[in-house]
Design a protein around this ligand. Structure first.
Ligand SMILES: Cc1cc2nc3c(=O)[nH]c(=O)nc-3n(C[C@H](O)[C@H](O)[C@H](O)COP(=O)(O)OP(=O)(O)OC[C@H]3O[C@@H](n4cnc5c(N)ncnc54)[C@H](O)[C@@H]3O)c2cc1C
Length: 509
């Protein structure tokens, strides 16, 4: 890493929570009692530790602020743990009456400031943690649907569904912590999105608590009864209601999983081959193409790889700038697999056995944990993502990298496509650079702003393919959806949340 990004200045150790000054709770006593009357006093938490734990998400800046006690963490005035959809509604009713802000909180894995305890114009703000809404409500094996409460974490959802022979097939990198409600609220996309779809493709219905009362959407798999309001609720990031239950499409558990890895010469050729797979209906359930820099790092981290021998082998086969393509098929897929591998071979792809794909699978949730070690070592490390149509993918790739280089000098920028469609694909960038010890927060804020501007300029890409908008991307939303689009969202918010208690500052700012 040092040879790629240069020397770094190791960081101060993480400050213990006790070193972080937590402002006293501003929750008025009569509000606290009214909420406690709904959920029970033991489910209203005001201890500094409980409030700090839910004071933000997991972005680089969130982690950095936790390391700098003086950086100022917006802390909620209380954490409320409702035990049922009815209690969520009753808590909202109290918050409307007492004009208290509410931040819905699932796994707290937001990387865009979606769970920042920002109070806006409210005197106090609570975090509504849905961890007690953790049940599988029902399974309909005939329709292949299931209803899950919003606070169910992804591994628990899979465990409960597998007892009925089903899977959701939604495996984002935040799988271990994130929740069903969070997935719906942010239009999440999992690693097997090519096979199972994005989370919104899985949702057949939602139940929300809103300041105007309960709202249930979704009676049929498809409908021509006006615009699909489910799609307004999905992706509303807690600004239009608290999702309490989600009805999802489920699929039978696959009986097998098959892996392959292929090396392709160069990013342009690699992304071209992924486009062909997508347009010919041959994408594997997991299809993930890394660019040259990400491939080099991946192969080195895989350890067992004799990287130089491999490079010589690939070079002899015409692959001088290897880009790793990881593929995984779930269930019976022999025909699709054969056709896909034939297409890749005819496009110059070199088969690498299944070993690199299995190595990726083993480490796929570990990457984020390395962030803490990298932070300790003085590295600025963060990810950002976007998507666009195939014809603009190369332009977007170049623009984001140029913008990051302009701000950061010589960062290591890695990129992959892991969500592909007939008409385009996502781009996911990982950036590493020595942290500026004088102004670490400003350093990344400027780099991220430059990348966001590069994405938004001429509407070349979306400000988020799956991380959502939160507070961090809110300034760029209008460039994408127009003033009119913003007015439509604001009008919807006024309709369900006239006093603006829900997730202040998120999505539309
Ligand atoms: C290491 C790491 C890897 C990640 N990888 C992926 C990935 O592969 N794919 C992907 O899509 N995302 C990824 N993310 C982003 C994040 O995990 C997703 O946005 C996820 O959907 C958030 O779920 P959560 O339960 O943690 O929600 P939270 O972080 O708790 O909340 C996210 C937003 O949704 C709102 N919200 C949460 N629950 C509800 C509810 N019940 N009702 C209304 N609003 C609610 C919150 O207020 C907030 O605005 C990653 C994040 C990290 C830290």
């Amino acid at each position: 890493m040092r040879s790629r990004i240069g020397d770094t200045t190791p960081n101060d150790p993480v400050a213990p929570d006790s070193a972080i000054a937590t402002p006293p709770s501003q929750l008025p006593e009569r509000t606290r009692s009214a909420i406690a009357a709904v959920v029970g006093a033991g489910n209203v938490l005001e201890e500094p530790r409980e409030r700090l734990e839910r004071s933000g998400g997991l972005s680089y800046l969130d982690l950095l602020r936790r390391r700098q006690p003086t950086a100022g963490i917006p802390t909620p005035d209380g954490v409320v743990l409702p035990g049922s959809p009815k209690q969520v509604q009753q808590v909202l009713d109290v918050c409307v009456e007492h004009d208290v802000g509410v931040v819905p909180f699932g796994g707290g894995t937001s990387v865009v400031g979606g769970v920042t305890a920002f109070r806006g114009d409210k005197k106090a703000v609570i975090v509504l943690d849905l961890e007690r809404l953790n049940r599988l409500v029902s399974v309909d094996p005939i329709s292949r649907t299931a209803v899950l409460q919003a606070g169910v974490r992804a591994p628990d959802a899979e465990r409960m569904l597998s007892a009925h022979g089903f899977t959701l097939g939604h495996v984002p990198q935040s799988f271990e912590r994130a929740t069903i409600g969070g997935f719906a609220a942010t239009r999440s996309a999992g690693q097997a999105s090519s096979g199972y779809g994005r989370f919104e493709d899985m949702v057949t219905g939602v139940r929300l608590a809103t300041p105007r009362g309960e709202w249930e959407l979704g009676v049929a798999p498809a409908s021509a009864a006006g615009p699909d309001l489910r799609q307004l609720a999905i992706g509303s990031e807690g600004t239009l209601g608290v999702i309490t239950e989600v009805a999802v499409r489920v699929r039978p558990l696959p009986d097998s999983e098959h892996f392959e890895a292929v090396a392709v010469d160069g990013w342009e050729r690699g992304s071209g081959l992924v486009r062909e797979l997508a347009q010919q209906g041959l994408l594997a359930d997991i299809t993930r193409l890394s660019d040259v820099d990400e491939t080099a790092v991946q192969l080195q981290l895989a350890g067992t790889w004799k990287t130089s021998a491999l490079r010589r082998y690939l070079s002899a086969r015409g692959v001088d700038s290897p880009c790793l393509l990881v593929l995984s098929w779930h269930g019976e897929s022999a025909d699709r697999r054969k056709k896909a591998m034939r297409l890749l071979r005819s496009g110059g792809g070199v088969w690498l056995t299944s070993a690199p794909a299995r190595a990726w699978l083993r480490g796929r949730f570990g990457g984020p944990r390395q962030r803490d070690a990298l932070l300790d070592a003085g590295v600025c490390v963060e990810t950002l993502e976007t998507a666009t149509h195939w014809s603009k993918l190369g332009t977007l790739y170049d623009r984001v990298r140029t913008a990051l280089r302009r701000e950061l000098g010589h960062p290591l920028i890695m990129c992959h496509v892991s969500h592909a469609y007939e008409t385009g694909a996502s781009l996911y960038f990982t950036v590493l650079t020595p942290r500026d010890p004088e102004d670490p927060i400003g350093q990344w804020e400027r780099a991220k702003a430059a990348a966001c501007e590069a994405i938004s300029a001429d509407r070349v890409g979306t400000i988020s393919h799956h991380h959502a908008v939160g507070m961090d991307h809110a300034p760029y939303l209008t460039a994408e959806i127009g003033e009119l689009g913003r007015d439509v969202l604001a009008a919807a918010k006024r309709a369900v949340d006239p006093t603006g208690i829900l997730n202040p500052g998120k999505l539309i700012g």
